[in-house]
Design a protein around this ligand. Sequence first.
Ligand code: UDP
Length: 239
Amino acid sequence: MDAKPAYQRILLKLSGEALMGTSDFGISPEVMSFLAREIKDVVASGVQVALVVGGGNIFRGEGLARAGMDRVTGDHMGMLATVINGLALQDAIERVGVPVRVQSALRINEVCEDYIRRKAVRHLEKGRVVVFAAGTGNPFFTTDSAAALRAIEINADLMLKATKVDGIYTADPKKYADARKYDELTYDEALTKRLGVMDQTAMVLCRDHGVRLCVYDMGRPGALKAIVMGDKTIGTRVH
Ligand code: UDP
């Protein structure tokens, strides 16, 4: 008989960059189908899965503002970019046979549902994956903050941040050979040491509401499933 998962409900944050694969823009079909299969495996083990998706592979408000655009308009474009990614994820995950609903923090009723917390929880209880798009719906925030917020709102047992490295390091492991990986860390340590886990708003939200976070390498096949089954050796835990 299969072992029981260690968590009932998780929230996985996928950055826009995570969807690009080896390109420097857009969405990689290979990455999408890989992610869809990884998520399917977790859903099949009985875990409820919510996703928050970023938009950095298409637009970031800050970058657009640096190029001269009005920041709020840039942030609106960034949030709409997350909706595009959300629809792509919905498609990829449905293609592997798992039902999905996209809920947007900005109203775009022709393409997806509005974010309604109770409805989102109902979807999760029915085994549907819920993709939270459009961040918090407000400019000057990030999708990491949106992920923290939604994790708290839906009472997720674990928030996961999928990255390209296998956890949080003392320094950038790609630049410094002596960089050391943390197995465990507190939000206060991450904040004081200014470790680039997430932006400070997201970390403070997580800290103040007791969100348990795991930062892991999304490219490692089976990692997501192993984490939800209770493997504590993967990635870095922040609490
Ligand atoms: N954004 C926003 N409010 C939010 C979340 C996101 O205005 O609550 C905008 C912001 O411009 C941001 C862009 O959407 O740069 C894409 O989100 P983010 O940079 O967090 O994406 P990621 O880095 O995860 O790909």
